[in-house]
Design a protein around this ligand. Structure first.
Ligand SMILES: CC(C)(COP(=O)(O)OP(=O)(O)OC[C@H]1O[C@@H](n2cnc3c(N)ncnc32)[C@H](O)[C@@H]1OP(=O)(O)O)[C@@H](O)C(=O)NCCC(=O)NCCS
Length: 189
């Protein structure tokens, strides 16, 4: 299942041959710096299966990014409904999120895929808004949010309820948002 195509990437559902990459991006210390968990091989395989089924069943989820030049997966970028962040994010709001192998940082792949997914979300799915959130000092991630035109929500910072007290430095999150109306008017400028 192909969701979108960009100049350099295919945004598609996962395949069995993506398992090594899924393990890499769920276990690498650099990639997982802002997450309170790491996944072992079995857990990463289960993650891939979970996400693959969600995409097949709902059309939403963290899609695999394939580098068209090599045919290999390099990470994910996706759209997913948040259902666990009330009252900070209304249940059902769609978030955009990303995680790339560190081997592919600094090449513009995250922003390229995210821009295509904004088109998919606003034009194909007809969403009214898309949000994104990150640990407050995850500057690489908030830079992607800003590059694709999202704006930080004033007063929107929150302590993520899913981050355990054992990791207090990962609790404070910033919230970004983009409304379909703002996205459309920025596109026509
Ligand atoms: C967050 C993350 C996806 C950002 O990746 P990234 O590669 O920095 O982001 P982009 O794809 O937007 O790339 C931008 C960089 O590529 C550079 N670049 C190089 N070639 C480029 C090209 N052809 N087009 C655009 N940018 C290019 C840009 O100059 C920019 O460099 P800079 O960071 O030195 O300013 C990545 O750091 C990651 O996976 N982090 C770990 C997981 C994570 O924390 N996820 C977010 C949780 S909320």
């Amino acid at each position: 299942m192909i969701i979108a195509e960009t100049e350099r990437l295919l945004i598609r559902n996962w395949r069995d041959e993506d398992r090594d990459l899924a393990f890499e991006i769920n276990s690498d210390e650099r990639v997982m710096e802002f997450f309170p968990f790491r996944r072992n091989r079995a857990e990463a395989d289960a993650f891939l299966e979970r996400v693959r089924s969600m995409i097949a069943e709902t059309g939403l989820g963290f899609y695999a990014l394939e580098d068209k030049a090599t045919g290999a997966a390099i990470g994910f970028c996706g759209l997913a409904r948040t259902d666990h962040l009330e009252p900070f994010v209304k249940k059902g709001t769609v978030e955009i999120g990303w995680r790339l192998s560190a081997r592919f940082w600094g090449k513009g792949f995250a922003s390229e895929s995210a821009r295509a997914l904004l088109v998919h979300g606003f034009e194909t799915l007809g969403l009214d808004e898309i949000v994104s959130f990150a640990v407050h000092n995850n500057i690489r991630s908030t830079a992607v949010m800003e590059r694709i035109g999202m704006q930080r929500v004033d007063g929107g910072d929150f302590n993520h309820p899913g981050v355990p007290d054992s990791h207090p430095h990962l609790q404070r999150h910033v919230l970004y948002r983009l409304a379909a109306t703002e996205w459309r008017s920025a596109r026509t400028v």
